[in-house]
Design a binder for this molecule. Structure first.
Ligand code: PHE
Length: 342
């Protein structure tokens, strides 16, 4: 038995590791419930009394050497850990690195706001295809064959299919709604539209619109005016004024363009309103009876109004953004400014 203990002492002496689980294995081998030390104590118990003292001393030496080995390896491991912290130069006094929050795109923020305002007075949201046929984008909307808006200047036609184009406005969605729904209809259609225009600070070949349509019995121009006044005040503030100027659209009669009092200079005159005190925000009018008939709605029974606005333009006015191209450039410095807006 003495030899066995000498062997074990040599094994303990030789043991070294820098791995915590290897150390744990070593501990269990000697000190675990079914470990070597346990056997040793069992053996000690079974010895006659006169041998107990000597053997007891051997066992004690063994136990002490195991314990001190474990302690010294542990210390070593800990100091290695400290060292690695120092090596990577962690400065524990630095402030926490916050994760960057994403932000909604300003166009999405504005679209959501406009939708919310109209939803409060009972408008639903309708969607339609971006690739449209001539009927839904032009013909049903009372565009004469030779109307300049059909010209290649404005419209992206799909090659070899003269009848198919990228929609130039979301009025096409309204045609689809009128064709498939019985009045009363109260809906807005947000979406991307496409026009063959040179890209500049004020125009782009892709932009976003929201158009509205209300059809029922006895809908009048006064309803249109009141709806738009409500919208302007909700969007730009309680004291916003509106004015309607006569205009022309093939699909509405009478037609108008709406201005709001400049929310920047409060009507006094600035470069945003070109010193007029007013800024144009949308086109509108009473739906032309021809359009209602084209879509299968009896124009003797029903009347309606429609309006349409560019979301980019509304966003530029709301946030005083001077260049429309910023919306399409994905410049994080620009987009980050909208982090706090929901
Ligand atoms: N569709 C028109 C445009 O794109 C806007 C509009 C919609 C005007 C409805 C009047 C009525 O410019």
């Amino acid at each position: 038995m003495e030899n066995r203990i000498k062997e074990l002492l040599a094994e303990i002496e030789a043991f070294n590791t820098n791995n915590i689980s290897a150390l744990e294995k070593f501990r269990i081998k000697f000190l675990g419930k079914k470990g070597i030390m346990n056997d040793m104590f069992e053996h000690l118990k079974s010895l006659p009394n006169e041998h107990k003292k000597d053997f007891g001393q051997y066992v004690n030496t063994l136990k002490n050497s195991i314990n001190s080995k474990i302690e010294s390896i542990k210390e070593n491991l800990n100091s290695q850990l400290d060292l690695s912290v120092n090596q990577v130069n962690i400065d524990l006094s630095l402030p926490v690195n916050f994760n960057n929050l994403g932000s909604r795109h300003p166009i999405s923020i504005m679209r959501k706001r406009i939708i919310e305002i109209f939803e409060r007075i009972g408008f639903t949201v309708s969607d339609g295809p971006e690739i449209e046929d001539d009927w839904h984008n032009f013909s049903a909307l009372n565009f004469p064959e030779e109307h300049p808006a059909r010209d290649m200047q404005d419209t992206f036609f799909i090659e070899q299919k003269p009848d198919i184009a990228l929609r130039t406005h979301t009025s096409s969605v309204q045609v689809r709604v009128m064709e498939s729904t019985k009045p009363p209809i109260r809906t807005i259609s947000p979406g991307r539209v496409f026009r063959n225009e040179a890209i500049s600070a004020r125009a782009h070949c892709i932009f976003h619109q929201i158009e509205g349509l209300y059809i029922d019995k006895d809908v009048s121009f006064a309803d249109l005016k009141q709806t738009l006044l409500y919208f302007a005040r909700e969007m730009f503030g309680e004291d916003t004024k509106i004015r309607l100027r006569p205009s022309f659209f093939p699909f509405t009669e009478p037609s108008a363009e709406m201005d709001i009092s400049c929310n920047l200079c409060k009507g006094k005159g600035c470069n945003i309103c070109k010193y007029t005190g007013w800024v144009e925000i949308l086109g509108c009018g009473m739906v032309d009876p021809n359009v209602l008939e084209n879509c299968g709605i009896d124009s003797k029974v029903y009347t309606g109004f429609a309006f349409g606005m560019g979301i980019e333009r509304m966003t530029m006015l709301k946030y005083q953004i001077k260049d429309l191209r910023l919306f399409f450039e994905n410049d994080l410095n620009f987009l980050k400014q909208f982090e706090s807006v929901i």
